[in-house]
Design a protein around this ligand. Sequence first.
Ligand code: BES
Ligand code: MN
Ligand code: ZN
Length: 498
Amino acid sequence: MAAALKFVFSSFAVRRDVLFLFCAENMKFGPASRRIVSRLGGRLRGAAAADHFTGKSGSSLDVIAPAGLDVPRLVVIGTGKGRTLTSRDLTKLGGAAMGKLPKAAAAATIFAELGSGVLKADQVADLALGARLRGYAFDLYKTKRKDDDEKGPKRIDLNFACSNPAAAEKAWTRGAAIADGVVLARDLVNEPGNVLYPGEFARRASALTKLGVGVEVLDVAAMRKLGMGALIGVAQGSAHEARVVIMRWNGGKRGADPVAFVGKGVCFDSGGLSIKPAQNMEDMKGDMAGAACVVGLIHALAARKAKVNAVGAIGLVENMPDGKAQRPGDIVKTMSGQTIEIINTDAEGRLVLADVLHYVNKRFKPKFMINLATLTGAIVVALGQEYAGLFSNDEKLAERLIKAGDATGERVWRMPLGPEYDKLIDSKFADMKNTGGRSGGAITAAQLLQRFVDKTPWAHLDIAGTGMGSPQNDLNRSWGSGWGVRLLERLVEDHYER
Ligand code: BES
Ligand code: MN
Ligand code: ZN
């Protein structure tokens, strides 16, 4: 069972089971840390030498029962060569420290000082964010505790010893808002399809009203009235009715155009009549990671009272084979009026997004639209799990996303768009078809989306590789990664707040 984490910011080290210190390459400690280390006499040097520990980035040194210190365990985390550490580095360090916490520890102190000196308040909050994200585990459905866990604490007090506890505490209100958004997104992605079907997803998104977010839920009748034939077509083989949820956070200037985020929310993607192979089909419970990110992002923005007007819109469906399911060869009419010939019912995400993108564009006239979708296996082949695919019709927006990606570690790689790719989805019978063949599969999917965004600055993030089952790193040990919340929160904070 994952223990609840409680953060305490203080100017002194409180009672604890573990003390964490940071040190740069060549055993370079900050002044306050050096004073602690000196209490061990030469013993730390000895332990470091025995372990070939020098403070390299990614390395750590465990000292059990350090003589001279009133703590049963000292962990030294290496921060590497003396370049200035970015907020991304600090978040990773917080995660690394959390990862070194012994299973039995119920209280730890992280000494918030680097070789270069004390940390500023928002740097302390970065450490805390990393620790919180690393500490996440989804164990809602584990009814039996393992022996190991039995001994673990129910609650862990993490104490950040820093020079400016009040300021750090304040900086953490922003960090906590972001962390809560990521955790919410991860929970949604990890939930199984039998629990999190469109109606239930809509209810969970509706809980954002508690933070002052305006939430509207469209049912199928409302969608039919609007003419969302593509989205409805995907959902018609499922026993669960589709939903579209619109979330609005108005923290910006009254009447200022909003920024808009749109998510693919396929709560389970069996492929429909073009059914998927059984192997790994269970992963398709996570085919709503785009929608989960949008909900997590709006949560984060509202919780930290961001000075921006933001719209989040998610298309929630289940893609199932059934007597009522849509067929290959069917032609659907989208809300935009354009028609789509269904070639493969497993290329369903673009159909859902086509209607939601058009709806959001028409209704809100946003400054930009960014959509997130676990859209294609092809993007996983192209980029693996480290980068999400970025497709955009706008240089400035693309540039800003790439920068926000580098700053947060949720990185995006620009992929091409162009008329040569676009013509691959022309159809014999309708305005377009929903697949463009095997080659360039992620690009032809993006080309279809682009036909529904008009001239509005737009970016599509294909997160099939990053949103779920993504590599385990210093900040994430969960299957559902919550990818994109930190990226887009940073984008908004850096460029779109008044
Ligand atoms: N949800 C899948 C894409 C996917 C695959 C996400 C693997 C995460 C991991 C999507 O709906 C899909 O099935 N895409 C097809 C499109 C094809 C039929 C044109 C694909 O990528 O194979
Ligand atoms: Mn599919
Ligand atoms: Zn899908």
